[in-house]
Write a protein that binds this ligand. Structure first.
Ligand SMILES: CC1=C(/C=C/C(C)=C/C=C/C(C)=C/C=O)C(C)(C)CCC1
Ligand SMILES: [Fe+2]
Length: 329
């Protein structure tokens, strides 16, 4: 995790000093996520339900994940055509929950923190960690937020006017103050329950990561920030989880051979990453308004991500249950 913290901190610095970057460059991490880390992190979902139990995949487990993706992904894709703006709202809410869920797992299972003692604390931490990438960019980066909303719903020939109340300064101020209070309260309760008090290593990690991400999403323009976070924060943690669950991957890590571990991950992820990219090409022909620019193509790609993420959340929640992420001692 340390290199990931350093990379995020390194991105904050120049922007805090007022750096401006051309918009096309800001789209690069999101575009790259289609091939590296972002899309691939979910492309191992067909193996995950058995791997988390230490078992080999069976025809039944593979078919189960296939049906899940077909039914939930298909329904959500239909919803995008019928109600694009509501589907965008659902996308933000779902990502909020999913990225928060990923961080709660990382804290509890990968980092082994001891201050998140109750389910209530873990739920609050999920809301805080998910709100960092989904809400904090809205506070200062409202123009890009609106732009991305328009890029997604625009593929379906509608405007995002229904979201205007969300972008008003009063709304953002209220949300920002509320979310800052929730952040402080959640960390304060964690501190009170941390076995080591202020010196507790797990609590310090949690507080440090939370502070870093607040600064990151306030300082860095949203499109760039969300792209970097998706690849380097969310996906890296999930890939680390998948590798440690895989016996070959685990063995490679023990040898200190991170390259072999990553190669194993990419071998598993390659087929369905390619299938997903074929879907993206299919989407291109399917949507009412075809993308003509890089940002519009990213907008289409994000609709694909949305559709794939709904079943992905179910698979990850199943993994969380098997690993006892929400079971408190
Ligand atoms: C790009 C971008 C946005 C939305 C990104 C989303 C919602 C990404 C979801 C990715 C998922 C679900 C990945 C799977 O793990 C915002 C916040 C509108 C603001 C501006 C930039
Ligand atoms: Fe994910």
């Amino acid at each position: 995790m340390r290199p990931v913290w350093v990379l995020h901190a390194l991105v904050v610095l120049p922007f805090a000093l007022g750096l401006e970057v051309p918009l096309v460059v800001q789209y690069v991490p999101l575009a790259v996520s289609a091939l590296l880390l972002g899309l691939p992190h979910g492309a191992v979902d067909h193996l995950a339900p058995t791997r988390v139990r230490g078992e080999a995949p069976t025809l039944r487990s593979l078919a189960g994940v296939g049906v899940l993706y077909g039914v939930l992904g298909g329904a959500y894709l239909a919803a995008w055509f019928l109600a694009p703006v509501a589907s965008f709202g659902f996308f933000i809410a779902m990502t909020w929950a999913h990225w928060g869920q990923g961080d709660v797992h990382a804290l509890v299972a990968l980092e082994g923190v001891e201050h998140l003692r109750t389910t209530g604390q873990r739920v609050a931490t999920l809301v805080v960690r998910g709100g960092l990438p989904m809400l904090v960019p809205l506070l200062l980066g409202v123009d890009q937020y609106r732009e991305v909303a328009t890029l997604l719903v625009g593929r379906f020939g509608v405007e995002a006017a229904a979201l205007d109340p969300l972008f008003r300064v009063e709304t953002r101020l209220a949300l920002g103050v509320g979310f800052a209070l929730l952040t402080v309260a959640t960390l304060a309760v964690g501190l009170a329950r941390a076995p080591g008090g202020l010196a507790d290593a797990g609590w310090r990690r949690d507080a440090g990561e939370t502070t870093l991400l607040w600064a990151f999403f306030l300082a860095v323009p949203p499109i760039l920030a969300v792209g970097v976070y998706f690849c380097l924060w969310h996906a890296v943690r999930h890939v680390a989880r998948l590798v440690t669950l895989d016996s070959d991957g685990e063995r490679a890590l023990r040898r200190g051979d991170a390259v072999a571990a990553l190669a194993g991950f990419y071998r598993d992820a390659a087929p369905l990453t390619l299938v997903s990219l074929a879907f993206l090409a299919g989407f291109y022909w399917l949507v009412p308004v075809r993308p003509g620019t890089l940002p519009e193509t990213v907008g289409l790609y994000l609709v694909l991500i949305a559709v794939l993420t709904l079943p992905h959340v179910v698979v990850v929640s199943l993994m969380d249950r098997v690993e006892g992420v929400w079971r408190v001692a």
